[in-house]
Design a protein around this ligand. Sequence first.
Ligand code: NOJ
Length: 514
Amino acid sequence: MSERPKWLDNAVFYEVYPQSFKDTDGDGIGNINGITEKLPYIKGLGCTAVWINPCFESPFGDAGYDVSDYCKVAPRYGTNDDLINLFNEAHKLGMHIILDLVPGHTSWEHPWFKESMKAKRNEFTDRYVWTDSIWEEPVGYGSLRGISDRDGSCAVNFFTHQPALNYGFYRPTRPWQQPTDSPGAIATREALKDIMRFWLSKGCDGFRVDMAGSLVKNDEDGKGTIALWQNIRAFLDEEFPEAAMVSEWGEPYQSLAGGFHMDFLLHFGSSHYNDLFRCEKPFFNGSGDASAFVEKYIDSYERSGGKGLICIPSGNHDMDRLARHIHGDNKKLAFAFLLSMPGAPYIYYGDEIGMNYVEGLTSVEGGYGRTGSRSPMQWDSSANAGFSTAAADKLYIPIDPDSDRPTVQKQLADENSLLNEINKLILVRQANRPLQSLGKIEFVCKGEAGKPLAYIRSFESERIFIVINPGVNSAEIEVNFSFGEVIYSFGKGAALCENKCTVSAGSAVFVKIK
Ligand code: NOJ
């Protein structure tokens, strides 16, 4: 495997949901030029890279995760040239842009699927996972049946309108299940490379890969999917060694083996991520327990060779807003954690100002309960919070109606704001190698109920101790080192007396170890 792109070593990502970020043409929906216009803001926050949710042509039954043309920017966002301009402008600012690649399924409106539905054999007959009889359904998947003359059922990956692309079955057990080295599966894989080649050759810096671990079917241990990504890794090493690859997989030991540079920690499955931020008693609200999270994290860390290339997001377009569960200054403590962990942190647009989950919205574009986390960015006090000049009833999703909603403008002016605290934390991270992607981590206290979360980040001979206590009482832990320079402190801080570290309620401290 080639060297990983150097810029990932201290990357801090900002996720942009393009529909809701900034509308520069007054049609009520965000666009690519809006992202370009706001790059200096993202850079000012301290972020170095941007992940854009799918911005390609689509019927938008799943907000663009149902692609109908992978190589064309959806007209509502602008043109391919606008996107290329965004790449160029980002590069001028020393920033990077990764696109969202959706390899597991297309929209049922994709021309490949229209061809694949035909009874007569053609180039796309094997592009999707079809059974060979309308009366047999692909066990374990939803399916599309009775929709064309083709005698078969087609597996779906997510919503009904997202037919599953065919990368083969690791262990075929039915005649219609094609092996991973069958011509149909190989053709799909090569088509995926063509899409990647298309955007990488235009200046995109890499991809966040949707549902990356689910491509090969009947593949419980992920071996077939890992082999598929290794094949793609070899192609990237050959043609685009600088491309960054981040997976939505949730098992870093598998994803990194497949050649990804980093893997996302997911809010579902076994990660215990929700214990920290989104459950009845989240750790960062002061009364929860982080230990199950830490144990799973250590397990993943060790199984992926101590690399820690696990990206922890503040939130994303699929989960509740952080601010729905974590209140007041506890959000700053949550960011002190997010911005001092290995891998690359991801900040979901608006989380930096503590944007609310907007309650009671009707689903937009397959958002359902996710819609409340996708409302327009709140820039300032002008109409529509500065998001768009369209009439309020023409907006993609209504603006948070709260008259006291946070805005960038207000928070830039307030030195104690969440936005300014995050900026401070990013600067501390960027000034200290141990805090960046590749610094090692060792836990000192797992944040059991009533205890702080404490860990040591290290790089070569430098060591930094981090202790975060979101509780309402001060807490004590034993340590076996002395404190040097304090490089970050929030709240009343921490004190060391002999081997006892006392950390005040609602505090976070980063201190060099002597
Ligand atoms: C994960 C994406 O984050 C989500 O928004 C989407 O609906 C599914 N994958 C299906 O592509």
